[in-house]
Ligand binder design. Sequence first.
Ligand code: FPP
Ligand code: MG
Length: 349
Amino acid sequence: MPACSSGVKLANMRRGAAQQEVDRTRPSLTAIQGLVHDVLDSVLAHMGAVLEADVPFINEVSFHLQRMRGKLFRPALLALANRTEERPDDREVALGAVIEIIHMATLVHDDSIDRSSMRRGRPTLNSRWGHKVSVIMGDYLYSRAMTEITRIGDLELIELAARVTNDLTIGEMVEIAHHGQLVEDPRQYFFLIEKKTASLISTACEMGAVIGAREQREPLKEYGRRLGMAFQLIDDLMDYGGEQAVMGKPVGTDLREGQVTFPLLAVLPHLSPAERRCVNAVFDPQEQATSDDIQRIVDVVRERGGIEATRRVAREYADRAREALVGLPSTPAREVMDAAVDYVLARDR
Ligand code: FPP
Ligand code: MG
């Protein structure tokens, strides 16, 4: 019996899914998941089965993680890509579980590295059980995912999974290497977000193509990569409060963690000498940045147009993601993948 089989149904996604209109003015994740809601239910159940262990402590930690579950955005994209042609391949459930478990593993390790205490409203593994458990549980998740994809037995898919986990580790190592440094070259930033975020979204789409729409492999892979770039840019913009900053909502976490993201990079060349000194001070290892210092930089980034500049670049990636879909057969799946672009752009609204 899968550990997550009860209480994890995606019932709220069931609303006449296939016929459901996608509202482009208010794109919701529910609408995007709608077409593949039954696949996502099966992915959740399959994840429970894949992670089941003979060791009660592993099941306890694993159950905590499954209750912390995310939006299944990547498995949804994999299933949609798989529906680009006429007959979807049923390996989408196992592959969706593999992709989501890899995603989980990266977040477990990332939270431990970042010393984050909460994720998705629940305590992280490192805050609840400590870093030793995070390290090994991340390894457990990753090794279960690799065992499962090996069971599927297609070398091409195994290679994709191996390559993407390697990319994710490269991304994280670059982030660690840049920690606390004012790295001003935007190419470094784009390299980093491609490795740490776009790679997995792209691989989800590419796997969907490999099993169900082989001829569309390149466009679907590119769609995922560009969508992933837009996704991370919007994430980084949200850390500066998004378009309409909400009073009392925490901002500046990336800065506090010593990370330079695009909203700051976009305004750096336009700062006054006094503003530039503030930024330099936050990255000066001799200085101890206070909350006021961080807030000051958030304010400067907002005043100097860092939010708009980031949104512009995200929109460029988003437009190019849509372009990648142009040659695909006209199907409900293509329509939903197009709507997923709107959803990604509107995440901060
Ligand atoms: C979140 O970044 C981090 C990632 C998306 C990638 C993390 C990758 C690793 C830790 C490599 C390990 C790989 C395996 C296979 C175990 P973030 O800190 O910007 O996002 P956040 O705000 O959600 O924490
Ligand atoms: Mg983090």
